[in-house]
Write a new protein. Structure first.
Length: 277
């Protein structure tokens, strides 16, 4: 049985089943997670179809939304800088097509980690150094890092505490880490329960609250410095795609190339900034 990322306990109770996947909660701290069948590889989800409309819980056309995503990521970079990460070396875990790295490399020396082969290849085609994992070679070549970013990524990781601990070992003391993920303790999530928009196993494996994510960070050598529920500029194509998905309908093909973005805040997604201690 998978141990809890926040407290390390292995005893859990089942909350419900979603798409035949048990979603359980730690009896000690309450952190919820998806129980995967033996042999299931979460990385197998992140093929080209994940980014171009082939999966119901993913993106309609990620690359077509590049300009909107970069605009949103510039706002994220400003938050990181305001919390003390102003220059140096930055690593992004789960960098997808590298649009945050495009923005961040105007200020930092950047590198990324991405399990998707097509996304990683696209990053490299623009001169970004992106590897499949945070290997000792990458850490030695580009670290120690002054800043790290995980944008809507930690909920996808099979071992979030392990990834954070490895990342802490690759960072300078005093470095900053910024994470975004769903807030399972939010009013929307508590009211929606198994029908919460981010309750999407097997893509999402962990369902954090502020307390459980802060505990996971602390276990891995980080101290919380900031927390909020930010507004987010979401590509309009994704708003249509996911909105129709929640209504049980498919998005029309014309929605794929919808330009621009829409400011959205359902107050069920959180942003945490922490310091490496």
């Amino acid at each position: 049985m998978t141990s809890c990322a926040a407290c390390g306990a292995s005893d859990a109770r089942e909350l419900w089943r979603v798409r035949d996947y048990p979603v359980v909660a730690c009896r000690r701290c309450g952190l919820a997670r998806t129980e995967l069948p033996p042999g299931f590889d979460p990385a197998s989800i992140y093929t080209q179809s994940y980014f171009d409309g082939g999966q119901t819980d993913a993106y309609m056309d990620y690359q077509a939304s590049a300009d909107t995503l970069r605009a949103e990521f510039a706002r994220t970079l400003d938050v990181l800088v305001r919390h003390g990460a102003e220059r140096g070396s930055l690593i992004e875990i789960g960098c997808a097509y590298g649009y945050f790295l495009d923005v961040a490399r105007e200020r930092f020396s950047v590198a990324g980690v991405e399990v998707s082969d097509p996304a990683r290849d696209a990053c490299r085609s623009r001169g970004l150094e992106v590897e499949r994992e945070l290997s000792p070679e990458l850490r030695e070549r580009r670290g120690p890092f002054d800043a790290a970013v995980l944008l809507d990524v930690i909920e996808h990781l099979a071992d979030p505490a392990g990834v954070l601990a490895t990342l802490r070992g690759a960072m300078r003391t005093g470095g900053r880490i910024l994470l975004t993920t769903g807030d399972f303790g939010s009013l929307y999530a508590r009211l929606a329960g198994r029908r919460w928009r981010l309750m999407t196993p097997p893509q999402h494996l962990w369902f954090f609250t502020r307390a459980t994510l802060e505990a996971t960070l602390q276990r891995s050598g980080f101290r919380l410095r900031g927390y909020d529920h930010p507004w987010k500029l979401v590509p309009l194509s994704m708003v249509v795609y996911q909105g129709l998905r929640l209504a049980g309908r498919s998005a029309p093909e014309w929605a794929r190339k919808l330009p621009g973005g829409l400011p959205v805040n359902l107050f069920d997604a959180m942003r945490l900034v922490a310091e490496a201690v």
